[in-house]
Design a protein around this ligand. Structure first.
Ligand SMILES: NC(=O)C1=CN([C@@H]2O[C@H](COP(=O)(O)OP(=O)(O)OC[C@H]3O[C@@H](n4cnc5c(N)ncnc54)[C@H](OP(=O)(O)O)[C@@H]3O)[C@@H](O)[C@H]2O)C=CC1
Ligand SMILES: CCCCCCCCCCCCCCCC(=O)[C@@H](N)CO
Length: 334
């Protein structure tokens, strides 16, 4: 066949026209949570309380779940300030979601009796304990798996089958950028977050045909009370590497999570760094719309080079820190 620019140009125009139609006409319509029951785990602090604020502002009945009653009460007071209607139900339940499944199911069922079926479950409760592998105690590893993995698993296990039967619903699973590639000092924490990512990918595929959408939130460092706490146990290598991803405001992350959840987007990230890491570490992510997946496929090859460049850079940070430590040891032993 003779090489013809006409064909290339017409193909280009067709792709461009499709993109324009997609962006301006076929824009995914956001679902509404007005008057619907939304449960936010971890809703007494950080990203969770910001998510709850967004939901109340959008007119939802909101139940927040966490353990500490004092913080829960303070959060409800904050939520009351953005109440939209007098009949809006805003309440809390004190519950260890990482504990016994039967207890979690009982509490969730009880809130459904008073407020109505759960339309959206926003799993945001979680915690981080950092340290190199042998520094994290066996007990803490169990704690991480219980709160982060089993907490979200327990709540989702109760709610998802009911949503499928109702043929509607929204599930958010909050994982982390640390579930996109292995990072120094995040071992057991990352394991719990990779587990959540795997669960989210699976239930997204299983729930499509039942009208339930699943969103995987992948925050980078976010300025919350939990973040301040984890900084205490964080090796400096981890701080430097993580710091490259920036520090988000919890309000911004929460806004993005809710918007993506309402649009039914699978991935929710904020910022160019997180987008890059997600493209690189995402592997074969679930179907998320033609143009999202096409873009992913087109950028992945060249981006790998950038990714391995980053790995070299991260290794140089770790080498530098190790050198400093050895120098420190020498001074001490003198
Ligand atoms: N901040 C960050 O840098 C990042 C955070 N994330 C993830 O985002 C989510 C929110 O983080 P962030 O806002 O920083 O966390 P915070 O520590 O500020 O808040 C955590 C919330 O979860 C609740 N919670 C913790 N354990 C349990 C439990 N066993 N049962 C019920 N509730 C529980 C806490 O309340 P209480 O203790 O009273 O139970 C609190 O409401 C977490 O899953 C975290 O891993 C991901 C990436 C980065
Ligand atoms: C040119 C582009 C440079 C890109 C640099 C990318 C840097 C890597 C970002 C990794 C961030 C990992 C954050 C994990 C946060 C988390 O889960 C904890 N806060 C626990 O709560």
């Amino acid at each position: 066949m003779e090489f013809s620019w006409d064909i290339i140009v017409s193909l280009g125009l067709v792709v461009l026209a499709h993109s324009i139609v997609y962006v301006f006409v076929m824009k995914k319509r956001a679902k509404s949570i007005d008057g619907r029951h939304v449960v936010v785990t971890g809703g007494s602090s950080g990203i969770g309380v910001c998510l709850a604020m967004e939901c109340v502002t959008k007119g939802a009945h909101v139940t927040i779940i966490a353990r500490d009653e004092k913080r829960l009460k303070a959060a409800v007071d904050q939520l009351e300030l953005v109440r939209q209607r007098a009949d809006q139900k805003i309440q809390y339940r004190s519950l260890d979601i990482g504990g016994d499944y039967e207890e979690v199911a009982r509490v969730l069922a009880e809130t459904e009796e008073t407020v109505g079926p759960i339309y959206a479950l926003l799993n945001c409760a979680g915690m981080a304990i950092c340290g190199v592998f042998e520094e994290v105690s066996v007990r803490d590893v169990h704690k991480l798996m219980n709160v982060n993995f089993f907490g979200s698993y327990n709540c989702t296990r109760h709610v998802l089958p009911k949503m499928k039967r109702a043929r509607e619903g929204i599930i958010v699973i909050t994982s982390s950028q640390a579930a996109m590639f292995g990072i120094y000092g995040y071992g057991p924490y990352a394991a719990s977050k990779y587990a959540l990512r795997a669960m989210a990918e699976t239930i997204a595929m299983e729930s499509r045909e039942h009208g339930v959408s699943v969103t995987l939130a992948l925050p980078c460092d976010t300025n919350t009370p939990g973040f301040e706490e984890e900084e205490k146990s964080k090796p400096r290598e981890t701080k430097i590497i993580s710091g490259g991803g920036g520090l988000l405001k919890p309000e911004d992350m929460a806004k993005a999570i809710l918007q993506d959840a309402l649009k039914g987007n699978f991935i929710s990230t904020v910022g160019a760094e997180s987008w890059l890491i997600t493209m690189l570490g995402g592997g074969l992510l679930p179907w998320d719309g033609f143009f999202t997946n096409l873009l992913h496929a087109l950028v992945i090859g060249p981006l790998r080079l950038v990714g391995y460049g980053l790995h070299k850079y991260f290794n140089s940070i770790i080498r530098k820190c190790a050198k400093e430590d050895r120098a420190g040891d020498k001074v001490e032993s003198k």
